[in-house]
Design a protein around this ligand. Structure first.
Ligand SMILES: [Fe+2]
Ligand SMILES: [Fe+2]
Length: 185
């Protein structure tokens, strides 16, 4: 349990910070599992790429469950855009996988670059405000996992995808926008 003890002590500003963090990460981790679900639907079951994606997907399941728990414990309202991000995530996974293995990995590289930075920002905020040390530890751990996913993508020649720069830029911008909107809505 994350915060039952100190929940009452939080100022409204601190509460707002925590709520935004949990709301956006909850949606993001669900989105991540959907991306991989979409990709795994395209690739042949038990192929090398499928297995590699499964490894990452399994970590995303852990992230997802953690934020499922947090959103209940901390009584945070989930984003109203939740169904949209789930569908968008699935389609992004499906679409990139249909473009090929490298494009699927390019999707991971782009998404994880944004998420790595996003978690880094949260580490800074939580460190500075000393609101919830356990959440800080969780965010740090997840950031490490996401950066590993990023490197897995790079090692699978993501950057050799035709049109990588364009594809990556489009995905990153969509992720930044999704994060921005989800914090509030
Ligand atoms: Fe994740
Ligand atoms: Fe990830």
């Amino acid at each position: 349990m994350y915060s039952k003890k100190n929940k009452k002590k939080l100022s409204s500003e601190e509460k707002k910070i925590l709520e935004e963090i949990i709301r956006v990460d909850h949606a993001g981790e669900h989105g991540a599992t959907q991306i991989y679900r979409g990709q795994m639907a395209v690739f042949k079951k038990n192929s090398a790429i499928w297995k590699k994606i499964l490894e990452m997907a399994e970590q995303e399941e852990v992230h997802k469950s953690t934020f499922d728990e947090l959103i209940v414990d901390m009584e945070v309202r989930p984003t109203s855009l939740f169904p949209l991000w789930n569908k968008a995530g699935y389609l992004l996974g499906l679409g990139t996988a249909l473009l090929g293995e490298k494009a699927a990995m390019a999707c991971t590289v782009a998404v994880e670059e944004v998420i790595g930075r996003h978690y880094e920002e949260q580490v800074e905020i939580l460190t500075k405000n000393k609101i919830n040390p356990k959440l800080l530890k969780t965010v740090k751990q997840f950031r490490e996992d996401e950066l590993e996913h990023h490197d897995t993508g790079v090692n699978h020649e993501a950057e050799m995808t035709p049109g990588f720069v364009f594809l990556s830029k489009a995905i990153k911008q969509a992720c930044y926008l999704a994060i921005k909107v989800t914090k509030k809505y």
